[in-house]
Ligand binder design. Structure first.
Ligand SMILES: [Zn+2]
Length: 188
């Protein structure tokens, strides 16, 4: 399994091998497409190699480039639990001076999480996407059966306050799978 960190500006973005190209997990701030392209190039990946994008949650440093990437022909996977959160990101950028391109979800691929294993198998990945709220209600985690978990901004257990039972339950859900390596959206 080839997984490449194509992150920049202190956020990790992961390009994962799939059938005929790459799946991208998360994407950067609006207007950073040149930086992203440069980072891909440095890692030997062409932007045309990326076939699918999904974001772990709709925060600006994880989903800001979504529409810009869609406009390049990259297909956006939209888990059912995230549908209502796209507009929150649009709302966030309304008052800010970013070259944000508003995300249009009508042509995104809606994904029932219960069907995610089937969908991923179709693009050559053995695994599933599960709902892991805590950092945000729309946070999801990609689990690959070889034991890899892409957890977005779900905070590590050792920094969680005792009362954050939602995040703790999400980690419990993640560790119901055999996990050997965590790929967080920030840090190592
Ligand atoms: Zn976040």
């Amino acid at each position: 399994m080839n997984i490449v960190n194509v992150g920049y500006q202190s956020t990790n973005y992961y390009a994962i091998d799939i059938k005929g190209g790459k799946l991208l997990v998360d994407c950067g701030w609006p207007g950073t497409l040149p930086q992203f392209s440069a980072e891909l190039k440095r890692k030997g990946i062409g932007i045309q190699d990326i076939k699918y994008l999904f974001v772990t949650h709709f925060h600006p440093d994880h989903a800001g480039l979504t529409q810009e990437l869609k406009n390049l022909g990259i297909k956006h996977l939209l888990p059912d639990v995230q549908v209502d959160f796209v507009s929150q990101l649009t709302e966030f950028f309304k008052t800010k001076n970013f070259p944000y391109v508003q995300i249009q979800t009508d042509d995104s691929i809606r994904l029932q999480l219960s069907e995610s294993r089937k969908f991923l198998a179709g693009i050559g990945l053995a695994g599933e996407i599960i709902h892991t709220p805590g950092h945000s209600d729309d946070s999801v985690t990609l689990i690959l059966d070889e034991g890899f978990a892409f957890t977005g901004d779900l905070h590590p257990v050792f920094v969680l306050p005792e009362e954050d039972t939602v995040s703790r339950q999400s980690w419990d859900k993640i560790y119901q799978h055999k996990i050997v390596r965590i790929f967080p959206a920030h840090g190592k």
